[in-house]
Design a protein around this ligand. Sequence first.
Ligand code: ADP
Ligand code: MG
Length: 557
Amino acid sequence: MGAWPSTVLGAETERFQERDVREMNVTAGTVLADTIRTTLGPRGMDKMLVGDDGTVVVTNDGASILDRMEIEHPAAREIVQVAQSQHDRIGDGTTTAVIVAGELLTEAARLTEQGLHPTTIETGYARAVELALSALDEHSLSVDPTDTGMLEAIARTAITGKWSDEEARAIVELVVAAAQAVERDGTVERRRITRTTIPGGSPTDSELVAGLAIDMDASSTTLASLDVDLPRRIEDAGVALVDDQLTVEKADAITHVSVENPDQLGQFADYEAEVYEGQASGIADVGADIVFCQKSIDDDVRARLARHGVIAVERTRQDEMHKLARATGATLVKRVDELTGDHVGRAGVVDRRTLADTELVVVGDCPDTEQRSLILRGGTAHVIEETKRLIENCLDDVTLAIETGAVVPGGGATEVAIAAALREAADGIAGREQLAVTAFADALESIPRTLAESAGLDPIDTLVALRNRHDDDEWRTGLDVNGGELADMVEHGVVEPATIKRHAITSAAEATAVLVGIDDMLMATGEGDGEHDHGHDHDHGHGGVEATGGYPWAVGH
Ligand code: ADP
Ligand code: MG
């Protein structure tokens, strides 16, 4: 009992009965699942969310919303764990995992009402997971890294409803091209795709660069103040990388001149000028058109470099220096006076861009083709985090598909197919466990029901129609929410990596087992002996969510 914080249960903590706990778990799960379904639906409307810190976020992404909910109820917290694990390990499928977890809890409550012992529910669910996973394998299709059409379908499914068709198409093409470019032997080297997100413009202005896009605003570098007009675009450019300060070391200067009278001050200035010019011409003479410096560059040196026609970028991040080295074939030197022609790398093009308020240097068409940069545009600064997250989702799904080689039809098709397999297997399972396996099938079908609802269709009619099609062996049939029609999801390009479903099913079932298990534990220690009061009313929370200040699962308690 100590596991339940008294703040949640109130003053009655010490006296509550095990059935209260179950009711609470179940109500919380059901209400949460309802909330998620009605507010998110996979094609849900964008919601304005106001975070604790006052920031406004516009999203319809399940993970984002859950992130911002304050979770106090233990059952709700368990479900949020499901979402978090799904998000952290898989990236996508958060809403699915949460809905299934909520439904499994609801079903568990129903079964308990009917007199099933929690242990029976647990073993039945565990059996259902095994059966579901093997049905999932049977209903998977294989995909290979060169299958651009299939990979684009996966990317498009991941971002359904998040952008307009045209915008989505642009993003999908870039994401798939980036993943394919860095794929080697079935592994997507994600760290070789850098992502730069720049607010403003349209997603259709996004692009993929074979090289790097370096954000100059991250450094204090500004080329605007120079008295020389540097070229905005240089073809076949020499690239130098220096891990040194381009300035005069004070200690160095003092050993050369001692500043005791005005004459010597002049000498000092001369000395400085000589060093600066030496640094600038040294870089220009080895054939560099652009120099990236990990540390700072003195204004004077920058101006001199500009007169030599060399673009200077200071305070470049270390990881960017290494990526530039690999992409251009340049060698990073510790001291500027060590720099020789051999250290200079090449880029097919160096392009300076001003996008909205951002200054970018694009080092493109690099000899090492395995480095890619996505420059993503669109939205305001407010939604940029959401944009990034969706792109990561999209990239996650494409990566998973390439690395596991297994995809399944979306739009509820896979859930209906698995449910059918579960019901068939349930026939051969003796005893009450059979009921738990069937209940598991019902819980999975909440996904097509939810999709139907968000497409404005009748969930029951849609489910029945889907089941009929599956009975005729059309296991790829699902609901395309765009056209609102039942169709072969693979032909309609609604496909997802099988791993998403695998993880969602497993983690939803595990969370349910934890919660059902708590009841079990309480029963062993408490007054309950497996006999249940069948008379009490369950509030399944279908009344929706009241204004409870962001705690929907507190409804009814
Ligand atoms: P979220 O990413 O919002 O957390 P999920 O990834 O868990 O949501 O669920 C998205 C669901 O939407 C999946 O079942 C997927 O198959 C489905 N889906 C995506 N695009 C379509 C579409 N065009 N038609 C039907 N279903 C779709
Ligand atoms: Mg998704």
